[in-house]
Design a protein around this ligand. Sequence first.
Ligand code: SF4
Ligand code: SF4
Length: 145
Amino acid sequence: MSKNNRIKKLSGEVIKSVTSSIAGMMVTLKYFLKKSVTVRYPEEKCVISPRYRGVVCLVIDGKTGKHRCIACGTCVRICPNYSLVLESGVDELKKRCPTKFTLKLGQCMFCGLCVEACPVGALEMNKEYEISTYTRQGLERLLLP
Ligand code: SF4
Ligand code: SF4
């Protein structure tokens, strides 16, 4: 290869690398000037979508302060992961009611089938997302207050 050709090839490569660096810097500059889409978690928290599926919990009636569960067991039977454990009894009016209701959070896959199947709308999925724990026992949630 002649000296002229080598200089030509080298200058072409230099121009190519300079233009690609400028193009990259322009992309950086574009996003640098835009509003950030990330937050400084955990100091800042994201706004959770209304349809977010958090932890399964009992709906507490705002007026009575009580849950609506009638201990029918539909949610327990429909759960594909056997995540719900229900013990039932009868209340002072001789009506069937839950006495112990546990969610095994470690087995739950947040499918929402239990919420959909409940005939009285006693279950919902809250907006909780900080659910990590150091122990297995921490994954057992008592749904009854
Ligand atoms: S969300 Fe799905 S996996 Fe979790 S308890 Fe309900 S039915 Fe079971
Ligand atoms: S399906 Fe609803 S009413 Fe029946 S046991 Fe589950 S939470 Fe209670």
